[in-house]
Design a protein around this ligand. Structure first.
Ligand code: AVJ
Length: 318
């Protein structure tokens, strides 16, 4: 991108952050969309989270993808065009295409072009000669696949339990759109974290080393940096709580004392103990995941899990 275009994109992003913050902090129960957790510092902290002893999802899913690589390849068959929604650093995409039987292409899809390059390079290295066709798009909206894919059977890939960040109705909408994007006869390999003991879940989102707390509190630093707010991050603490009725872990920033914060010419008041809800991570019982998929036009073909049944990897077909 040219310098001017990059500045326009950054300015549009700042305006969207301010609009979301004004709306979220005006709500009766204060909230902020979790996507704003992932600036450069947030992405660095999330990467550190994936290596924490308490945070089991990344290593468990990687273990399932590694140990079941043969079964996955067999179920998918040869010649698949792999379309990954939000490839991150490409580590899981590389793991997948390395195990598949002669994949036709790898298509990483992300709104941030700088992330796509890293993922594309990593997968190209894992499978030399495989066509890699990055697409810059917001995968929560409709987008077109590259024409060059031709009639190769599509395999969508959405690992990491990122689906858990969506509200259930948004998750169903995403799955329906993915089905439309991938087309008739497509498959989808989907990672979903499973419901388990509250203590295990809460520790995974509130680790002893405080990395997740720093990740959550970075949102206030970001609002100060990019939206001109005057949060005192020391006036808040991170809390992770399992909500058994909604089967999700919620992250909140809790005000430690009454305080007020200025943002874009407005003043927001916090009572002691009042929270900003910053992220939800939904966990899925297998029967609920199957029902969610079915409501969006997908049939469950296979489900793989680990011996402790912490995490699930699904192969769905349209
Ligand atoms: C990136 C959505 C998979 O919900 O487990 C981890 C984000 N937040 N710790 C998750 C997250 C705090 C993560 N996902």
């Amino acid at each position: 991108m040219s310098g001017a275009l990059q500045r326009d994109a950054a300015e549009a992003q700042r305006a969207a952050l301010i609009a979301d913050a004004l709306a979220g902090l005006s709500a009766p129960r204060k909230t902020l969309p979790c996507k704003w957790l992932y600036d450069a510092e947030g992405a660095r902290l999330f990467e550190a989270i994936t290596r924490l002893p308490e945070y089991y999802p990344t290593r468990t899913e990687t273990r399932i993808l590694t140990e079941q690589a043969g079964a996955i390849a067999e179920a998918v068959g040869p010649g698949a065009a792999v379309v990954e929604f939000g490839p991150g650093d490409g580590a899981k995409g590389a793991l997948l295409v390395r195990g598949l039987q002669v994949p036709a292409a790898y298509v990483p899809v992300d709104i941030a072009p700088e992330w796509l390059e890293a993922a594309a390079a990593r997968v190209a290295e894992a499978r030399p000669g495989l066509p890699v066709l990055p697409v810059v798009a917001d995968f929560t909206q409709a987008f077109a696949l590259p024409r060059r894919l031709g009639p190769a059977p599509r395999l969508g890939f959405f690992p990491g339990s990122t689906i858990g960040n969506f509200e259930p109705t948004e998750a169903a909408a995403f799955l329906r759109r993915a089905r439309t994007t991938l087309g008739a006869g497509a498959r989808l390999l989907l990672g979903a974290d499973l419901v388990k003991e509250a203590a295990v879940l809460e520790a995974a989102y509130d680790d002893a080393a405080g990395v997740t707390a720093a990740f959550d509190l970075n949102l206030l630093h970001r609002l100060n940096r990019e939206a001109g707010a005057d949060f005192d991050p020391a006036g808040f603490r991170h809390r992770a709580v399992w909500n058994p009725a909604l089967e999700r872990v919620e992250m909140h920033l809790v005000a430690l004392r009454p305080q007020q914060v200025r943002l874009a010419g407005r003043v927001f008041r916090f009572a002691e103990g009042e929270t900003i809800h910053t992220e939800s991570s939904h966990k899925y019982r297998p029967e609920r995941l199957r029902a969610l998929a079915a409501a969006a036009g997908w049939q469950a073909e296979r489900m793989w899990t680990d011996p402790a049944r912490l995490f699930s990897v699904w192969l769905l077909h349209a």
